[in-house]
Design a protein around this ligand. Sequence first.
Ligand code: URA
Length: 230
Amino acid sequence: MCGVSSRRKADELIKSGHVKINGRVEAELGRTVDTDRDMIEVQGRVIEPEVKRYLILNKPKLYLTALGEGQDEKRTIEELIRDIPQRVYPVGRLDYDVEGLIILTNDGELANRVLHPRYEIKKVYRAIVKKPIDDSTLEMMKKGALLEDGPAKPDSIKVIKRGKDSTTVEICFHEGRNHLVKRFFYSFDNPVRQLKRISIGPVSLGGLPRGKWRSLAESEIKNLYEATGA
Ligand code: URA
């Protein structure tokens, strides 16, 4: 909780005598401390629990989902969240040319839960594809596609709008393989022209303007945890 190490590494630090509670080495695992009253030192440094932050960002296109310097002079989402004092990390990635919802947090436990397919957190995307989708193709899409790294079956897919030379589709997956949505439509010979993620589990982008972030409400954090069975 203090951003010092992983849980397992913390056990090792304790067992090897690198942790002091109120000035005395504590090499036993499982001691309960009161973080308001007890002083905890790790390798001589006093540590404090980090404030947990949870926010969502509406990533614009042409930003890398990365922190720090981007490659090849590409901008990163870091410049959109500069005003946050805690170091928060993106939960999963969106491609450079994809926009929409990204959750950022320093709560590693929640991040893992949201990303792991086991918890089946559904990510909904709005895709504009280049060609029409007739009803029989839509039925085939519902059954899934065989991609080079295995089968991909959407949790749901529906056509939102049929345009003259494009189709708007809402598609939902509970996994996050690389370029999954693009590869899915490509396998039906219908490339994606525009892609936007609009929700992750119970959290929706709503009217958040492009390039802006907001903190999640307590209820959204609770709902996210609950959605992962916690
Ligand atoms: N699917 C994609 O193809 N790209 C993304 O960024 C997310 C899902």
